[in-house]
Every structure is written in C-alpha cells, then in structure tokens.
Design a protein around this ligand. Structure first.
Ligand code: XUL
Length: 522
C-alpha cells in the first residue's frame, strides 16, 4: 500500500491523480469539468462567473459538489481509495472563500449519507468567491501599498507588489463594499485551504506557498504579517485562517470519505497549496535554477530559487515553495489558453487546423505581429482587452494563429529576465503542451530544448508527491525531495524538441520589434 492522491481544484475543473510510489507510476487520473456538469445550476462559463467590470467570481459550493463527483468517478472506475495513505492538494491561487460561524461544526459532523452540497450550503458568508481572474481592485492595491509604507516596502515584506488578483486587495474590496457581510464573516481562507478543509472535516490553514499569493504574508518568516493585515482590513487577523506548514499533515481524513468512498480512517490530509507551487514540485523543480512553463487557462513561467528574488517592475510573483525551503519565481499571463481559444474560434478552426496553420507559416511570420490581449493582461499590465495587429492581415487566419503563439513565446522570454535565471531548457506542462507545434515556437524563441511531461496535470501530481513526501517522512526513513520527485518528473521519451538555427535567428531579430510594439500599447 503506497498510494497517494493529489487533488487540483482549478479554474475550469477539479482533477484527482493517484500515484503508486512502489510501482513508481501514475495509476489513475480523472477530471470533472465544471461547465460540463454545472453550467445550468451555477451559471458558470469556463468555470467562472463573469460579473462585468473586471469582476470574476466562482462558486465554492460548486467546488464541493464537483469533489463528490470526482471521488465517485474514481471509485466507479474501480480504484481502491482505501489504499490511499495521504491526500495532498492544490487550488487555483489567490481566490478567497468566506465562511460564517457554522462552518466548523458543519464540517465536523459531515454524514456520509448525504452529499457535501446538501450539508454545506449554509456555511458561506459570501456565496461566491472572487478568483484570480478578477482585476477589479486597482484602488485597493494602491491603498495597501501606501498602508505598508509604499510599493518597495510591500515587495520587501511579502515578496510581491500589490496585484489586483491577490487575496489581500480582494478582501479589502469586500470589506469596503460589503461591510455588513464582512462583519458577518468568521473565517477567510483560500481555495486551497477550503478544499483541504472539506477533506479534513475541519478548518485547515493556508500553506506558505499559497499564503505568498495574498500580499499579506511575511515571505521570510512564512507567517501572516500584522503590518500587511492592518493595511488590508480591520479584524483580519481574527478571521484569516492561520498559516499551516506545507509538509505537516493536519490529521486524518473526515469519516465522511471513509463511509462514502472507502478511504482508510488513518489516511492523512495535508494542507493544500497553490496550483503553481504544486506544479513546481510536480515538475521536479526542487533545486535552484530549474525552469518550467505551464500552458493552461493562464500561461505561467516559473523557476526554483534559493532566495526570494523580487520583481521591482511588477512583472512577476514570488511564492514560498511547498518543499519548505526554496522559493518560486512566477510570471503569469492571463491570455494563455484563453487567447489560443479566442483565435481558434475567431477563425472557426478546430485544433488540427490550428496546428496546420502553424505548420504552414514560417518562424518570424514574415514580420507580422500581434499583441493577443483578448482579455485584460497581467504581464504586461493591460487593464482592458486590446488585440493589436502589426503588419498582420486580420483576414489571414494562419498568420494570426502564428502571431498569437509567437507573441506568447516572445513575451515569456522578455518577462522572464527579472528572474535572473539562465534558461537552458524548458519543462512544459498544461493542456496546450500536448501540441508539439506550439512547443516548437517556444523552443525556437528561447533557443533551448523543450521537454514535455507525461501528465498535463503537474499541479495534481505535485500535490500527490507532497502527500507522499509528508507521509514517508513520518516513517523511519525520510526521503529527500529529489528522491520523491525523480521517478515521476521525467520527460516523455522522445518528446524533446530542439531549437532550429534558422528560426532562432528570426526571433533574435523579431524580439526587439515585439518589445517596442508592447511598450507602445501598455
Ligand atoms: C498565478 C495565477 C494563476 C492561477 C491559476 O499567480 O494567478 O496561475 O493560480 O489557477
């Protein structure tokens, strides 16, 4: 019995991934897509509620309902959940969940006879949760920076300048716009701590990996900062769930899962972390200098560092690694799959036609460029959707496909410089990493080999590996992180894409033009 379950509660779906550490393999992976199951009941589109004016929420009760469906799916597929020794998890970062005083008792008395949604509907003091796509908090960002003594002071304290999507600005906005609901809120946690609480049957704290995405955690101490909390909202220290060390199990799984799905009653639950910090582990980035790229709803480029190097220009974010010692540098682009899908749909293509368009056009696209801000962009900061074409015929479908992908790759090269890491190879994950033609563009733009991983669910894999590391550390021999990740963090044999000399030259020329275009429009 050496099975570990990783859960990834992400924007569009919830995924469960089961690993067997004796067989050194992934034994199961299942996903529940929110739109497929909950569009009618919760009104979500692409997993979210777009409330207008840059306000984007989702429904925490939907995540609980989806969790039941996911575990039922794994059980129906015949997987023995009783063999799972520990559960780890990951959540979309920054999103906040607001609970009333009934949350603790409701979680503690979960009965296996009824689904979570029927037992937990009354625990929320705010029925919907702002998520990372919400960019409506510019004024709160400015106020928080001013409150701690300026942007540089916030950077030094928390590792990050204030970002609209980060939890602190979102909490401040809630306090300012709905003071009564804020006063009626007993607990505030993140998506990760909420889903961990569902598993543990009690309130679980926020791990330092996800805590660093709030603008409220002292990154060096890995604890909430009183100064940052004071600048955010009154009485926040009493409401915010405490920081919970990433590697320390919080206790056994709730009897709910024992009775309903056959988990063992001594199966351990770990604090969950953010999806990006979990991906860092899932891709085996447990030593400084390693770099990976995740092509998901958002595209993220990230590296493992031994010190919290900060991005003064606000291009990137710094998080504590859930390995307990290192740090993670991250640059997040909102227009990831969102932009790829927007181009595909605009030209009425399917993914095969999208690939053919890339094959039919030359690297450098004959100088045609696009700024693919189909939605507001995080890096560089673009407050409103704005698709800009330069030397690019809007009627030329293939050239537009190439221009969008080249823009994403060029931007990832430009905005990775602050990390101060020499990129000598890129490990790629996420849904779009299955597309070799997209990876070829990234290999050529970065002038380095690109390796693909077997699972596109690196966050769920990282969560499972964290569970394995924590559980094994409670036994006589505590394995190193390198030993834990090594069997799983191997690129798919034959998946490596090498850069092509001719294309490298084309991009070395184009990158200056792209940077100038970007500067002119941001
Ligand atoms: C990272 C970020 C996104 C979400 C997506 O800062 O906002 O990558 O974590 O789930």
């Amino acid at each position: 019995m050496s099975k570990y379950l990783g859960i990834d509660a992400s924007t569009q779906s919830i995924t469960g991934l089961l690993i067997d550490t004796e067989q050194r393999t992934i034994v199961a992976e299942a996903s529940i897509n929110f739109d497929d199951h909950f569009k009618a009941t919760y009104g979500v589109v692409n997993g979210v509620l777009d409330l207008g004016e840059s306000v984007v929420h989702s429904a925490p009760l939907m995540w609980a309902e989806a969790l039941d469906l996911l575990l039922q799916t794994l059980a129906d597929q015949g997987h023995d959940l009783g063999a799972v020794r520990a559960v780890g998890g990951s959540g979309q970062q920054h999103g906040t969940v607001y609970l009333n005083a009934s949350a603790g008792p409701a979680l503690a008395r979960l009965s296996p006879g009824q689904p979570l949604k029927d037992q937990l509907a009354a625990i929320f003091s705010r029925p919907t949760s702002p998520i990372w796509m919400d960019t409506s908090t510019a004024s709160q960002c400015a106020e928080i920076e001013a409150g701690v003594g300026g942007r540089d002071a916030l950077l030094a304290l928390t590792g990050n300048a204030a970002f609209e999507r980060f939890s602190g600005p979102q909490i401040r906005k809630f306090y300012q716009t709905e003071p009564d609901a804020y006063a009626n809120t007993t607990y505030i946690g993140l998506v990760s701590s909420y889903v961990a609480s569902l598993f543990a049957g009690r309130l679980v704290g926020v791990d330092p990996g996800d805590g660093s995405g709030t603008n409220m955690m002292n990154i060096a101490a890995r604890q909430w900062s009183a100064r940052a909390l004071d600048a955010t909202a009154p009485d926040l220290a009493a409401k915010l769930l405490p920081i919970a060390p990433s590697g320390q199990p919080v206790g056994p799984i709730s009897p709910y899962y024992v009775g309903r799905y056959g988990f063992a009653d001594d199966c351990l639950v770990l604090p969950f972390s953010g999806d990006n910090p979990c991906s860092l582990i899932g891709l085996g980035l447990v030593a400084p200098g390693q770099v990976a790229l995740s092509l998901g709803t958002s595209d993220t480029l990230f590296a493992c560092m031994d010190q919290p190097r900060t991005s003064a220009a606000g291009e990137g974010a710094v998080f504590a690694s859930p390995d307990g010692t290192h740090y993670m540098a991250l640059t997040c682009y909102l227009n990831g799959s969102l932009a790829r899908e927007a181009v595909r749909d605009q030209y009425d293509m399917n993914w095969n036609q999208f690939i053919q368009a890339l094959q039919a056009t030359p690297p450098g696209n004959n100088g045609a460029l696009m700024l693919p801000y189909f939605a507001p962009e995080i890096v560089p900061k673009v407050p409103r959707p704005n698709v800009v074409r330069s030397n690019l015929d809007p009627g030329d479908a293939s050239a537009n496909v190439r221009a969008a992908i080249e823009a994403q790759a060029l931007s990832s090269r430009i905005h990775a410089r602050w990390m101060g890491v020499e990129i000598s190879s890129l490990y790629v994950t996420g849904g779009a990493s299955a597309n070799a033609e997209i990876l070829r563009v990234f290999a050529n733009v970065h002038n380095c080999p690109v390796h693909r991983f077997e699972t596109t669910s690196s966050a769920a894999l990282g969560a499972a590996l964290r569970a394995s590391h924590a559980h094994q550390s409670t036994a006589s021999y505590a394995p190193s992180w390198a030993e834990v990740v090594e069997p799983f963090a191997q690129p798919v044999g034959g998946s490596t894409i090498e850069p092509e000399p001719r294309a490298i030259a084309a991009y070395d020329e184009l990158i200056g033009q792209y940077a100038a275009l970007e500067q002119a429009h941001t």
